[in-house]
Design a protein around this ligand. Structure first.
Ligand SMILES: Cc1cc2nc3c(=O)[nH]c(=O)nc-3n(C[C@H](O)[C@H](O)[C@H](O)COP(=O)(O)OP(=O)(O)OC[C@H]3O[C@@H](n4cnc5c(N)ncnc54)[C@H](O)[C@@H]3O)c2cc1C
Length: 308
């Protein structure tokens, strides 16, 4: 078995998700190479070389791969995929954008959102918003897989893989990068944060979300939200946790004024410890919570902050 992992980049640096995808590759077994493709990505390549279990880091450093657009990235992977039995990427925006293109161009099936490896050709993935787990077997010679990073613990960083340059430069006349608008925040990134505190419709309005700030500061937490809070305009949609938002699995997840709809649970129920604050003692969130606090969040949050 020979596996190519597409590295996830965040502002040119290696994103934490890659260490989880390498763990999935280890569960499959075999030689693991990591492809770092982008522009000015030497530091990311060096970070990838330290990931345990990686034999070789392949670096495609060229302006055509800047911003990891699907068209050039897909074409690059088509060039490199021969000789590999598996190509893996995280089920991030980039992975979900690039890998189906590779699968289509190679005329193989795409396996999405894999959360466990049974064997080199058999994988588990959630369906119906995580209410059932499908076991999927692929007979394709090349298996193209996006991995839910929350399903695998990150590998360590004591490796020393070799780094080699990939000279393949594909033509890309199909797409061009126009602009990106990045949310500026001093808080940890929601997808990788160890602690997340999320507010729901129960917060009442956007102003009240400030009640979460002090607690988030004390815990070093990222702030998330339910879709109802996003749809009501309390907070921007990049804060949404759930089936149609971000999937998180932090060490600690605090749900405040969130009822626990199945679509919200789909995004956070794998968190290690779940704390729920809700005034309705029959709210479904208490069925998944390790600790439940029944009461008015407007009283509980200031008290919690002062105790912390
Ligand atoms: C296709 C589809 C995809 C979806 N994707 C997502 C998704 O990704 N993420 C997501 O979150 N939802 C998603 N939803 C929406 C989901 O079904 C729920 O509508 C939503 O999660 C509800 O958000 P909420 O819990 O904040 O609001 P509500 O269900 O209205 O719950 C508010 C809670 O706040 C409590 N509360 C109110 N006031 C207080 C107070 N003062 N103190 C303490 N508690 C209080 C209430 O008791 C209640 O339990 C999706 C729905 C569909 C159909």
């Amino acid at each position: 078995m020979s596996i190519l992992v597409l590295a996830d980049l965040h502002e040119g640096q290696l994103a934490g998700a890659t260490a989880h995808v390498v763990a999935a590759a280890q569960a499959i077994g075999g030689d693991i190479d990591v492809l770092v493709a982008g522009e000015g990505v030497q530091a990311a390549a060096e970070a990838a070389a330290k990931l345990d279990g990686v034999s070789k880091v392949r670096v495609a450093d060229n302006a055509v791969y800047a911003h990891q657009l699907a068209e050039p990235m897909g074409a690059l992977l088509v060039e490199l995929a021969d000789g590999y039995t598996h190509v893996l990427a995280s089920a991030s925006t980039t992975g979900k954008n690039v890998l189906p293109r590779l699968a289509a161009l190679k005329d193989v099936s795409q396996l999405s959102d894999v959360i466990a490896v049974d064997s080199a050709d058999t994988f588990k993935r959630p369906i119906y918003a995580g209410n059932a787990i499908a076991t999927v077997k692929s007979d394709d010679a090349l298996k193209v897989i996006t991995v839910r990073s929350t399903g695998f613990d990150a590998v360590g960083t004591s490796g020393s893989a070799t780094i080699e340059t990939v000279d393949v430069v594909v033509d890309n006349s199909q797409s061009s990068f126009v602009k990106e608008e990045l949310a500026q925040s001093d808080r940890p990134e929601l997808g990788g944060a160890k602690v997340v505190i999320s507010g729901g419709r129960g917060m009442g309005n956007g102003e009240n979300f400030k009640l979460l700030d002090g607690i988030a500061d004390k815990l070093g937490a990222a702030i998330g939200a339910s879709r109802a809070a996003v749809d009501a305009g309390f907070v921007p949609n990049d804060m949404q946790v759930g089936q149609t938002g971000k999937i998180v699995a932090p060490d600690l997840y605090i749900a405040v004024g969130i009822s626990g709809a199945i679509q919200h649970l789909a995004g956070m129920k794998d968190s290690k410890v779940i704390v729920a604050i809700n005034k309705d003692d029959e709210a479904p969130i208490f069925q998944v919570a390790d600790y439940g606090l029944v009461g008015d969040l407007f009283e509980i949050l200031p008290e919690l902050e002062s105790k912390l």
